[in-house]
Each structure stands twice: as C-alpha cells, then as structure tokens.
Design a protein around this ligand. Structure first.
Ligand code: DNO
Length: 393
C-alpha cells in the first residue's frame, strides 16, 4: 500500500522534508483555510499540489472536503452547498487529486474525553471515558433527557463527578470534547469561539426530529447528486466511519457497523461511492469484528486509516499500540495488500512520546508517535509482501 501521512498544510510544524526522510510517499491534506461550504478553486488546489510535488511527494488523498451541516440536516441552503461541493470535486478531479475522504457525522466529528492519557512507560494516548462523557452530556450540556441514554450506575458516577468538579475541570473537559479535537479538522467549534457550549447546543437543536432514517435519506441525496461529477472526473469518495461507532448526544450516526456500510454501498451503487476503512473508529465498538469487515468491504475501500483501540470492561476505550488491540492491523494489511497494493493508507494518530510533548501538535497527530507507528506498519507490510511473493499466503 502507499504510505501516506496527514499533513495540515504549509503552517504544519511537521514539514514535507521531514516526511521525506521517514519514508512517506503520499500526502493527505485539505485546503484548511477555506471556510466550509466555499468552493475550492482549481488555482488554490494546484498551488498546494505543486508545493507538495516540489518535495517529490504527491497529494494522494483529500481529508476532508467537509460536508456542511445544512447538507446533513437538509436545510434550505442544502442544494446551493451541494452545487459548491460539486464544483470543488470537479476542480480536484481536473487537478488530478482523486481520492476524497469525508464524513457525515452530525455536529461533532470524532470524540475523546482525555487527550493525554498516561501510559506506564511515560507516553500518552487518546482516551474515551464513559462517565466523563455522561457528565459532559447530562451536567454541562444539560441535554433534555440525556440520563436516559446511560445505565443508572454511569449516571450516578456522573452525578458524583458533578458534585466535586470545579469550573476549571468543566472547561478542560469541554475543551477536550468539542474544541481541541474539532477545530483543526474543520469542525464546527474552534479555539476562537468564546462560548463553545452555547454554540454547540444551538447546533444540536438543528437536528431535532432527524432520526437515523432521515439522515440516511440525506446522505443518499447528497451522494446521488455528486456521483455524476465523480464519474466524469474519476473521483473516489470515501466516507469515514463514525467515531465512536454509535449514537451520541441524541444524534443519529449512520456508519457504525456492517449493516450501515452495506446500506451505504447499496443505496448508491457506484464504484465511486466507497469507504475510508478506519480501523480505529470501527474497533471502538464491541459489535464490530474489524478483519471480518475489512474482508467484506475491501473492494469498496479507497483509503485506509491504520489505528487500533482496546475496549475496557467498563466500556471506556483507549487508543493502543498499532501491533495490538481490536484493530488487528496485521491481518488488515494482509487483506488490503492482496486486494489492492496501491491503496493509500495512513497511520492514524500515534502516541505522544519523546519530544512530542512540548510541541502542541494537534491531538493524535504527534510526530515521533506516528513515525514509530509508521515504521511498525512498514515492517508489517514488507513481511506480508514477502509472504505474497513467496506464495505463502
Ligand atoms: C480524526 C480523523 C477525523 C476524520 C474525519 C474525516 O483524527 O480521523 O476527523 O478526518 O472524520 O472526514
């Protein structure tokens, strides 16, 4: 597979020459400065593409061309926004950037409660704690009937947490859940927003009355509208699974399991409608057997995120090492190498280690931690290629 790396543009402290030194072949990036919903011009795309190519790298994947909320909840600006999306896709296609990752998660993209969960060896990784999340939902957001979504023991622990939490604790949690993890992925809330909770609640309100069926309809509408452009320019759309893969905050989520993925591929049956196979997101649900899903959907996969999690007995989950955990990444590399050796993959998130600590990288996107994981995956790939060449597998 092609070794790619998520790079956040010319302002990223991790530079393209650094990536060349560690064996990266392709870049995964976006025009992060263009506000969501606005057209990506051909000129702006070519400018970034040429910059990347000047370092002997290629722009392999767009992550993400963001889908605006009004497309997801079918607001009145929906058709205009889809038209803009089509123009951006056509411009990408003309520029030769033909793999586009996106998600259809309402309001909030990926969710973690702790961005620096300590390991015994001094490194840290990202973590999701159910009690902290329930505390955020019930006592900080004060979402109507939120406690119905948690078992009584969790509600009780969240209540106790609320009794002792200071304002600073609450702000730190808000920062982790809806600010720090969202801003840099072109999410709805950024560091500049003074009242993130107020804004977040307004966004949640936009989805009143939108259930799983309705959200599916809206996704189908969006995909059917853009497919002709994808066909004309050879662009492959790859949806990112919901992270974690379940309903949250009363919002529907529709890419959580085998049935959802099968629905998506069937609803718009077109080779350009495919998947970002994110092993990390899928592995955070006990209902998912990740290698089974990979084997089943490999031919519809256009892009792979290699990351693994472990689910703890209390339902919390931790981002674990790339050679362990429920992601079964070794088996996945075996499946995808056989299916399509030129498929782009990136190591998705790494631990914070060594010099990463003081660099204020985006959460999950450390340098040494990801480099370490990339080296591990590189070794796995080399072994598997060798097995394939010797006809052992
Ligand atoms: C988190 C990322 C996601 C992903 C988007 C794709 O680290 O994997 O934010 O980029 O969901 O649209």
């Amino acid at each position: 597979m092609e070794k790619t790396w998520r790079w956040f543009g010319k302002k990223d402290k991790i530079t393209l020459p650094m990536l060349r030194q560690i064996g990266v072949e392709g870049i995964v990036t976006a025009l992060h400065d263009i506000p969501n919903g606005k057209v990506w011009s051909y000129e702006a795309i070519m400018d970034l593409k040429k910059y990347i190519e000047s370092f002997d790298l290629r722009w392999s994947v767009v992550e993400s061309l963001p889908v605006c909320e009004a497309i997801k909840y079918a607001g009145k600006e929906c058709d205009q926004l889809i038209d803009n999306y089509k123009i951006s896709l056509a411009n990408l296609g003309k520029a030769g950037v033909k793999t586009v990752c996106y998600n259809f998660m309402p309001v909030i993209d990926w969710i973690r409660t702790d961005l620096a969960h300590k390991w015994d060896d001094g490194t840290s990784s990202l973590y999701f704690d159910t009690v902290q999340f329930a505390f955020f939902d019930i006592f900080i957001l004060e979402r109507e009937n939120a406690e119905r979504d948690y078992v009584p023991e969790i509600v009780e622990c969240a209540r106790k947490m609320n009794e002792i939490a200071t304002e600073a604790d609450k702000n730190a949690l808000v920062d982790s859940i809806i600010v720090k993890t969202q801003g840099f992925v072109n999410g709805n809330i950024t560091k500049k927003d003074k009242q993130p909770v107020v804004l977040f609640k307004k966004l949640l309100n936009l989805y009143k009355g939108i259930d799983k069926e309705k959200l599916r309809e809206n996704l189908q509408y969006f995909l059917s509208a853009i497919m002709p452009v994808c066909e004309e320019y050879g662009v492959n759309m790859c949806i990112h699974p919901d992270d974690p893969p379940r309903q949250v905050l009363g919002l529907p989520r529709i890419v959580t399991n085998e049935e959802d993925i099968a629905w998506l591929l069937n609803a718009v049956d077109n080779p350009h409608n495919g998947l970002t196979f994110c092993a990390g997101s899928l592995s955070a649900g006990t209902h998912n057997d990740v290698p089974v899903l990979a084997a089943k959907f490999a031919s519809h996969t256009h892009f792979v995120h290699l990351r693994s999690t472990n689910i703890l007995p209390d339902g919390n989950f931790i981002e674990t090492g790339h050679l362990t955990g429920r992601g079964h990444l070794i088996e996945l590399v075996r499946i995808f190498e056989k299916e399509n050796p030129s498929l782009p993959f990136r190591v998705d998130h790494g631990r914070q280690m060594l010099d990463d600590k003081d660099k204020s990288y985006n959460p999950g996107y450390s340098f040494y931690g990801r480099m370490f994981a990339l080296a591990q995956m590189d070794g796995v790939m080399a072994t598997i290629k060798d097995e394939i060449n010797k006809n052992i597998i």
